[in-house]
Write a protein that binds this ligand. Structure first.
Ligand code: PHE
Length: 445
């Protein structure tokens, strides 16, 4: 039966899970948060949180998946009947994120196309990006291209699709990130940017630094949406769980750090040390960077490499979102994989259309002041995900007890951080989640 699908090796599992974790969040969001919240000090806080709080949540989800062999909907029910609602809540997150993630994936396809056809210069106009996302047909076409590529990989299955693609794209991603980061450091004036990026700036440290790092970590590691549960269910029983989670964290944090090295110095040099340019938010990637590339020697190649690596990162993340949806539809209804994939693809496209048109003909529609895409983003990242993580911590910390996870980890090796894990999952994770939830609700960060 399809359900018995497994990754063929530990490396395959690690690369696929890292592929999910490494995404737009690492390349675009991490550098600008680091620049905004005190450079080195943000990096330090982020790192500390990654090896404690992020570690605890990730190992929990993967262990749950591997132990139950099911996707989130069934898995939480198996652990404790009273928590079956948690499976539905967690599965709702990828349903919300997947469509709009593909809209942004489509934008990356478009920009890659621009650089491939040697027209990087036209992307420098301030109105180019807004003109593109505000139009009707082209963003929908790009969305469809991105969605079809993602679906083809998922249709191929866990080993032949996801694992194979991750094994090719992830090493390429590391090489390209290293290459572009090194090149970026050779630009005149880049060293000041490098110093700004890594030197701890204590005056910019505040509780906001911690909250921002926490929120970023959580999104970046693809937690609290059933993805790691699903991927855990495809992990072989004898592969070491703790070291796999450590590897995924190193991968995710490493690429985030490298992205900062590639973006911060280049933007810094371009803007003559004006750090506001780094804080342009989403437009950093699609407006500021094309201008930076245009001004650089070899900027065309740099831009091409950059958008290609962003595409790889976005694709492997979208694949994990779609696989999670496909796997719970499969757990629930047992349709064939091909049918499920085609169904999910069509429904995702339909849901994505309003998010895409929300920047154009539907721009009159806003929800609580957000555009349609931003609203989906807000609901999933700021509300649903912290709630899912909070309830997961309560389930494992208090209802099922942390030994549930410890036993699964020890079934395939040592659990060196067991003591730390127990404290984290019972006390630290719930407190952090409540802090994130409250700060998103009052719009603190
Ligand atoms: N972890 C991905 C990133 O850093 C984001 C993501 C979120 C991927 C949700 C899949 C699902 O960009």
């Amino acid at each position: 039966m399809e359900k018995k699908a497994k990754f063929s090796s530990r490396l395959g599992f690690v690369l696929a899970a890292a592929g999910s974790a490494v995404g737009l969040g690492n390349i675009w969001r991490f550098p600008y948060l680091a620049a905004k919240y005190g450079g080195g000090i943000f990096l330090l806080v982020y790192l500390l949180l990654a090896v404690t709080f992020g570690f605890a949540l990730m190992i929990t989800e993967i262990a749950i998946g591997r132990k139950t062999g099911k996707s989130a909907i069934e898995a939480y029910k198996i652990i404790n009947k009273k928590f079956s609602f948690l499976g539905y809540l967690a599965s709702l997150v990828p349903i919300i994120i997947f469509p709009y993630y593909c809209v942004i994936g489509g934008w990356v396809v478009k920009f890659l196309g621009v650089y491939l056809s040697g027209q990087g210069h036209i992307a420098t106009g301030a109105d180019y990006f807004s003109g593109f996302i505000g139009s009707t047909a082209e963003p929908l076409l790009c969305l469809a291209i991105f969605l079809i590529i993602t679906s083809l990989v998922v249709i191929m299955g866990v080993q032949k699709g996801i694992e194979k693609v991750s094994k090719i794209l992830m090493p390429l991603l590391i090489l390209m990130s290293l290459g572009t980061a090194l090149y970026s450091l050779t630009i005149d004036g880049a060293i000041d940017g490098l110093i700004y990026y890594i030197k701890p700036n204590f005056s910019e440290f505040s509780i906001k630094t911690v909250v921002a790092a926490m929120g970023q970590l959580f999104y970046s590691m693809s937690l609290a949406m059933g993805i790691m549960v699903t991927y855990g269910s495809y992990m072989r029983k004898n592969d070491d769980l703790e070291s796999s989670v450590r590897n995924i964290e190193i991968f995710d944090t490493g690429i985030a750090f490298l992205s900062g090295l590639m973006i911060v110095p280049a933007v810094f040099a371009f803007s003559g040390g004006n750090k506001d340019a780094l804080q342009a938010g989403p437009t950093l990637m699609f407006i500021t960077l094309p201008n930076v590339f245009d001004s650089m020697k070899g900027g065309h190649i740099f831009g091409l490499a950059f958008f290609l690596l962003v595409l790889f990162a976005a694709l492997t993340s979208a694949i994990s979102l779609m696989e999670t949806i496909v796997s719970f539809v499969d757990d629930k209804f047992g349709f064939s994989r091909v049918k499920t994939c085609i169904g999910v693809m069509i429904v995702a496209f339909i849901i994505a259309v309003p998010s895409s048109l929300g920047f154009g003909i539907l721009s009159g529609i806003t929800i609580f002041g957000y555009s349609i895409l931003d609203f989906f983003d807000f609901i999933s990242n700021n509300i649903l995900m912290p709630i899912v993580a909070l309830i997961t911590a309560v389930l494992i910390g208090f209802a099922a007890k942390p030994d549930y996870v410890s036993k699964e980890v020890k079934a395939s090796g040592k659990f060196k951080s067991e003591k730390l894990y127990k404290i984290m999952i019972k006390y630290v994770v719930p407190v952090c989640m409540v802090v994130i939830l409250i700060s998103s609700l009052v719009g603190y960060v």
